[in-house]
Write a protein that binds this ligand. Structure first.
Ligand code: HEM
Length: 521
């Protein structure tokens, strides 16, 4: 039709007519030419990419792959051995599943920054559904999940964090007031309990907190214990830990549904169904709206409460305990002294006031926690699924094509101990983060670039609760440093590698004696 229109009406005779004819031919054929050229370029690119080798594969047993090695040596050793043998990009086969490991900042950018349509969390996170429950996280489509994470993000803005800081201080003071003049405690158990109380107080208000003392903390522990390495492969395997997990999730569902219902009932119709008096995360979640204007359902709010508690509870309490274990290690007496001196200086400046602004000044303590997280990241390995193949280039200049359809893993436990990123990587050295001028793109300060430090993830799925977690741990440890002399009386804890989020294994026994720190210059 278009061609007919031009031939009938637009082509006059003579020179001008010839020019118009030429223009017309160009206009008509240019798109076709462009398509031909771009198809050729695309084919050329595909050919170049196809010629790249896949990552080297670690040898394993037929059918089982590396499973026997995993059971014999544990995940950390298997990953370390494969990394030492094959370098920063390698593949292992686990029960016929291909898992490509990427170690080091140079090969991590697509993992953290790639589009979800190309490298996604969905396929590898289905095992979390029995823990988080229906209607949330990986039980829902991408858009709904992004909406739900936005609701969390709104509840973690600085204005809200300011309110949480004073609630945290109050809860921490109340908890440690129960300690005697001197004594011995299991620090791990103490902090597990305290972190649950603090999180529930800040995020869900008085309603949930009053129930916390009873059974919620126990159920959260059961959820964590029910997420072992076996769970990733067989989330519904009928083992006792999974049965306990399912019972715990069902009970938390009942408890939180009651709370949501009674909170909703207290919302008056004059306030548009909103509770104007309450300003906690529970209320935020109840009031939140998805982009299409839909409100949250009771099941979703309950699921989000469980998810937020689960995401923050074990991660923060184990980081609090590891921070203590590191600072109380004999070799680290100098770092402990530096952290105490910082508290003396802050006392001199602000008296015993601890709030959001004062917490920002605790840089030495911040670096102590950050260095703890480098050595003991609660998320041992982060996972994705390659929906499309992609190319990675190692530090040595080798290129590999990570195949479509495989699982992609970044093991933080190895990644954070690379000697070319962190000098003397096994040493606890909070000062490595304290050099002024180091930007977020050069966390390690040696030019290794972005993705060198990923305790809170990075890029598209970076942790939403990072600032909250730091605040909470700093409130706890500033209080302990100011009010107690402490000594670790059990050996330095080993790591419990059996769970997905490894923490300190066994008891962490600490003796304490009360003191009152005086303000220093
Ligand atoms: C020391 C404490 C914490 C650590 C070490 C930690 C670590 C992480 C890591 C590594 C990720 C990225 C996961 C990935 O890329 O696959 C993540 C994501 C996330 N974290 Fe945390 N987290 C902590 C505390 C919290 C708290 C207190 C909350 C608050 C509710 C929270 C909520 C989340 C959420 C919602 C995501 C998903 C973000 C997304 O996918 O867009 N975390 N966290």
């Amino acid at each position: 039709m278009l061609l007919q229109h031009y031939t009938t009406h637009r082509i006059p005779s003579g020179r001008t007519g010839n020019m118009e004819l030429t223009t017309f031919i160009w206009l008509a054929f240019a798109p076709i030419l462009m398509i031909i050229v771009s198809t050729k370029i695309a084919r050329q690119r595909t050919r170049t990419r196809r010629s790249l080798p896949p990552p080297p594969v670690a040898t394993g047993v037929p059918l089982l792959g590396i499973l026997p090695a995993l059971l014999a040596k544990g995940p950390l050793q298997v990953i370390r051995d494969a990394h030492a043998e094959m370098g920063s990009v390698f593949m292992v086969i686990l029960l016929r599943r291909k898992v490509t490991f990427l170690v080091g900042p140079e090969v991590s950018s697509h993992f953290y920054q790639g589009l979800d349509s190309e490298i996604s969390q969905d396929e590898v996170s289905q095992f979390t559904i029995p823990t988080f429950g229906p209607g949330v996280a990986f039980d829902v489509d991408f858009a709904t999940r992004r909406g739900q994470f936005r609701f969390f993000g709104d509840a973690m803005k600085p204005a809200k964090l300011r309110t949480y800081a004073s609630l945290m201080v109050h809860e921490v003071e109340e908890h440690f007031a129960r300690w005697g003049q001197s004594g011995t405690v299991n620090l791990k158990q103490e902090l597990e309990h305290l972190v649950t109380l603090v999180a529930s107080r800040c995020l869900f208000g008085e309603d949930v907190r009053s129930k916390m003392l009873g059974e919620v903390a126990t159920h959260l522990r059961e959820l964590n214990d029910g997420m072992s390495l076996v769970t990733i492969l067989f989330p519904h395997l009928p083992i006792p830990a999974h049965r306990r997990r399912d019972r715990a999730r069902a009970r938390l569902g009942e408890l939180f549904s009651d709370i949501v219902r009674s909170r909703k009932a207290s919302c008056t119709s004059e306030s548009g169904g909103r509770n104007a008096q309450v300003d906690d995360m529970l209320q935020c979640l109840i009031d939140s709206r998805y982009k299409d204007g839909r409100g949250t359902t009771e099941t979703e709010v309950v699921g989000m409460l469980v998810s937020a508690l689960f995401a923050g509870q074990h991660t923060s309490s184990s980081t609090g305990t590891w921070t203590g274990a590191r600072l109380l290690e004999r070799d680290n007496a100098g770092h402990l002294r530096a952290a105490v001196r910082e508290q003396e200086r802050i006392l001199a400046r602000h008296g015993d006031r601890v709030d959001y602004e004062v917490l920002q000044e605790m840089e030495t303590l911040h670096c102590c926690v950050k260095e703890t997280l480098r050595l003991h990241p609660p998320a041992m390995v982060l996972l994705r699924h390659a929906r499309r193949s992609f190319v990675v280039r190692t530090r040595e200049g080798e290129e590999y094509e990570v195949p479509e359809g495989c699982t992609v893993a970044t093991p933080l436990v190895v990644h954070h101990r690379l000697p070319y990123v962190y000098g003397d990587p096994e040493r606890y050295e909070p000062g490595r983060f304290g050099v002024p001028g180091r930007g977020p793109d050069d966390e390690a300060g040696d030019g290794a670039g972005a993705f060198a430090y990923t305790a809170f993830g990075s890029g598209r799925h970076a942790c939403i609760g990072e600032a909250f977690a730091y605040m909470q741990i700093k409130v706890i440890w500033s209080h302990l440093l100011r009010n107690f002399e402490m000594e670790m009386v059990s050996p330095f804890p080993e790591t419990d590698w059996n769970v997905v989020m490894p923490g300190p294994k066994g008891k962490v026994m600490v003796s304490y004696k009360r003191r009152l720190l005086s303000a220093g210059a």
